[in-house]
Design a protein around this ligand. Structure first.
Ligand SMILES: [Zn+2]
Ligand SMILES: [Zn+2]
Length: 359
């Protein structure tokens, strides 16, 4: 390809580059480098500890969704009017997006032997009202509003033409990568299927092809029956430590009935889902003295493919260890506690009653 050997000028947009050996995608997002100091400070102490310096205390003009404590939904500040003062959830575009909307979907560009596509997509922040109360300390009703916001924004972004996958993530604590202390989740809609999701889909499909059954349903049935690694369950959801946990105290939360798409969670399941999430994070908080963690949802892609074999779930990875040379060199993670023991410990944690606090 003529000219393709020339280095490209630096773009203000991000780009996705593919590793031609592994097939994995990485994002090169130079626009986010405008805040290098944010990262350094955040990694050490957590930024904006004081709510006076916090960027998430007030509603933004750019709000895309506002949910009040009474579960009323508004598309912007103007629509919310006087009810805006009762806000509990606000969704805004990320000011330092890793992915940005553009007129056209990205096409593959080639540089020598390599491939890349533009970082087209959406990057939103889902802000919860309380500055210093993490999900573990919220009520189930409050967490229900949060997962309702996940579902609403997911449904809004899913039909966007360039979007192949919508990722819901939450970082908590200084070791998690959270650059701002105030509780917030992120929703990132991207034009490729991410490598970890791709692997999870492929493994589920392989099991389904061999046995005509869902691998996740098989795990759920076994874990619910043996109770060896179960941490919490209600009528609709189950949380357990995976048999092959990648990190100490890893937890996955599954809907008990088979469902590929998170965004199709029925209205009546939102509260049981929120309860499973809140209770699980609460036992981590009280049992391990507020560890840093990441959680994310794995669900079927939105690229129009057939994923009926998949079973959506939420994965919680406490930051209980730091990757060293063995982990990076082999991809094999070392967990220093047996999942059975981790689950037994978390089951034994006594939760104090939730204090009612405003906001
Ligand atoms: Zn705040
Ligand atoms: Zn299933």
């Amino acid at each position: 390809m003529p000219g393709s050997e020339n280095p490209k000028p630096i773009s203000k947009y991000s780009e996705l580059r593919q590793d031609i050996v592994s097939g994995d995608w990485v994002v090169i997002a130079t626009g986010r480098a405008r805040r290098p100091n944010d990262f350094i400070v955040a990694a050490k102490a957590g930024k904006n500890k004081d709510d006076k310096d916090c960027p998430f205390e007030k509603l933004e003009d750019s709000a895309l969704l506002i949910i009040t404590r009474g579960n009323e939904h508004f598309a912007d500040l103007w629509q919310a009017g006087a009810k805006a003062k009762d806000w509990f959830i606000e969704v805004i575009p990320n000011k330092f997006p890793a992915f940005t909307p553009r007129q056209l979907c990205p096409s593959v560009a080639v540089e020598g032997v390599y491939r890349q596509i533009g970082g087209v997509g959406f990057h939103e922040v889902i802000v919860m009202r309380p500055h210093d109360r993490s999900i573990a300390l919220m009520s189930v009703e409050e967490v229900t509003l949060l997962v309702t916001a996940y579902r609403e924004r997911f449904k809004t972004l899913k039909p966007e033409q360039c979007v192949q996958y919508v990722s819901v993530i939450h970082n908590h604590g200084p070791e998690s990568g959270a650059s701002i202390v105030h509780p917030h989740s992120q929703l990132i809609a991207i034009p490729v299927i991410p490598p970890d999701v791709f692997k999870s889909l492929a493994g589920s499909l392989r099991y389904f092809t061999e046995r005509q059954a869902c691998v996740h349903c098989a795990m759920i049935e076994y874990e619910a029956r043996t109770k060896l690694r179960v941490i919490f369950e209600n009528e609709k959801f189950i949380a357990f430590a995976p048999y092959a946990s990648r990190a100490a105290f890893e937890i996955r939360i599954f809907p008990k009935s088979h469902r590929a798409d998170f965004e199709n969670i029925p209205e009546e399941d939102l509260k049981p889902f929120a309860q499973a999430l809140q209770r699980t994070l609460a036992v981590l908080y009280h049992g391990l003295k507020n560890p840093s963690y990441n959680f994310f949802i794995h669900t079927a892609p939105t690229d129009g493919g057939r994923y009926a074999h998949y079973h959506w779930h939420l994965e919680i990875l406490p930051k209980t260890s730091i990757w060293g040379g063995f982990e990076f060199g082999t991809g094999i993670e070392i967990s220093t506690i047996a999942p059975e023991d981790a689950a037994a410990f978390l089951r034994s944690v006594k939760l104090p009653p939730l204090r009612q606090r405003e906001p």
